[in-house]
Write a protein that binds this ligand. Structure first.
Ligand code: HEM
Length: 413
């Protein structure tokens, strides 16, 4: 099957193009701009072609490389680029507020120890055991709207898959899923530009999870929180701050990311009937197709903090300055991926960076891949024909995790 062009040009994208022209992305890069959220591709392309590293005064002089080469170089150099503040806030560095979410916010040697401790929980065998639960959940969600001929695939389908699975792994009540989804939005989309919301969200989160931790101290269960309570770093147990930080990381990393990947894949397929048919008729091609969806619509942008004065592409970077690491931009670099804006379901040479690269490479990649493939496969089996109700009404999240948050589809009943 031949490749198909990724995006259709909509009125919204034309408007965005106008916004794109009026913003100086080289000096005022803003990943919270709705223009960027709706269509970041021309922005990355332009910066990459001009071989410039962008900056932003809104985010404390943040640097933004966009080429595959520069992004890999930064990610592979943790001594020069620290992970201590993996989310960039407009008002200050996370590390200054002592907010730690290990292992993603830590550097070696501590990072190595914490990562080693979590690894067994995310191995393929353990993760594959959740596959039937994901499949059953996908069917149950679809049962609720299949008769309506219409659904919001972001809010009625995609978001519930990862939230329910990570809630069962952590062992927290599924009935509280709206709380978890609320924190994800508050902490990832609002908090980086609003200190008060950051403080309120974190307080709510920590008081909820502290109760969960205390309950397991008196009565251990078979879940991830109890596992963390039993775990040892060298010869000591984890302290409460470490346990709560890991719960926060797993909740945020486990929900928004996969929700975004499932939503973006469905958004793409809504516009490509020939690829839907190809996937249904050739289920064996899923592993390659899945990687192509992850490459083209990689949802996660990370961040680093310059640790020692350095220079990238002639830019003098000073210790303490934040740096945005848009892995999704690297995935669209034509030097590594020929015809990068085309979604080619047979792209076999595909060493994409959706899960990052280097020592922090995603621990949840087995889980994310399984959830993405299972959810979209079931969706296609049950609803073979569907399209966007109104392409201009699709809304994408802002900030460091990008995916559709309003995705209304129509389909025959
Ligand atoms: C499509 C879904 C996902 C994407 C695209 C994604 C992407 C990423 C990326 C790019 C990193 C690297 C961070 C860095 O370099 O600073 C990362 C790290 C991480 N991810 Fe994911 N992720 C996904 C799903 C998940 C899930 C489901 C979980 C677990 C529940 C998870 C847990 C983690 C953890 C714990 C780390 C930190 C690893 C370390 O610091 O050593 N991720 N992820």
């Amino acid at each position: 099957m031949g490749p198909t062009k990724g995006d259709t040009v909509t009125d919204q994208q034309v408007e965005n193009q106008a916004g794109f022209e009026s913003t100086d992305w080289e000096t005022e890069f803003d990943h919270f701009s709705p223009v960027y959220a709706a269509d970041p591709y021309p922005i990355w392309r332009d910066l990459r072609e001009r071989r410039v590293i962008a900056r932003s005064s809104r985010f404390r002089g943040m640097w933004v490389p966009t080429s595959h080469r520069d992004i890999v170089a930064v990610a592979n150099d943790p001594a020069t680029f620290s992970s201590r503040s993996p989310i960039i806030a407009a008002y200050g560095a996370l590390a200054d507020f002592r907010l730690e979410v290990p292992p993603i916010s830590s550097d070696p040697p501590y990072h190595t120890e914490v990562r080693r401790l979590l690894l067994p929980f995310f191995g393929p065998k353990r993760i594959n055991a959740y596959q039937p639960q994901v499949e059953e959940l996908a069917h149950a969600l679809i049962d609720q709207f299949i008769g309506d001929g219409r659904c919001d695939a972001a809010t009625q389908f995609a978001r519930f898959i990862p939230v329910r699975i990570i809630a069962s792994m952590l062992g927290v009540p599924l009935e509280d899923e709206s709380l978890f989804l609320g924190w994800v939005h508050q902490l990832l989309e609002v908090a980086p530009t609003n200190f008060e919301q950051a403080a309120l969200g974190l307080m709510d989160f920590f008081s909820y999870f502290l109760t969960q931790v205390q309950a397991r101290r008196t009565e251990p269960r078979d879940d991830l929180i109890s596992f963390l309570l039993e775990a040892r770093l060298g010869d000591r147990p984890l302290n409460d701050q470490e346990i709560l930080g890991m719960c926060l990381l797993l909740l945020l990393a486990g929900i928004d990311t996969t929700w975004s990947a499932i939503g973006a894949t469905i958004w793409h397929l809504a516009q490509h009937p020939e690829q839907r048919q190809y996937l249904r008729e050739n289920p064996d091609c899923w592993p390659i197709a899945r990687e192509e969806f992850l490459r083209a619509y990689a949802p996660v942008t990370m961040a680093r903090e310059v640790n020692v004065d350095t220079e990238v592409l002639g830019c003098p970077m000073k210790a303490g300055e934040p740096l945005l690491l848009p892995f999704p931009a690297a995935n669209r670099d034509p030097e590594v991926f020929p015809d990068p804006d085309t979604v080619d379901l047979n792209r076999s040479e595909n060493r994409h960076l959706a899960f990052g690269v280097g020592i922090h490479r995603c621990l949840g990649s087995n889980l994310a891949r399984m959830e993405l493939e299972t959810a979209v496969r079931v969706f296609l089996d049950r609803i073979p024909e569907f399209e966007l109700e109104d392409p201009d009404a699709v809304r994408w999240s802002v900030g460091q995790v990008r995916g559709p948050r309003v995705l209304t589809l129509v389909f025959p009943t």
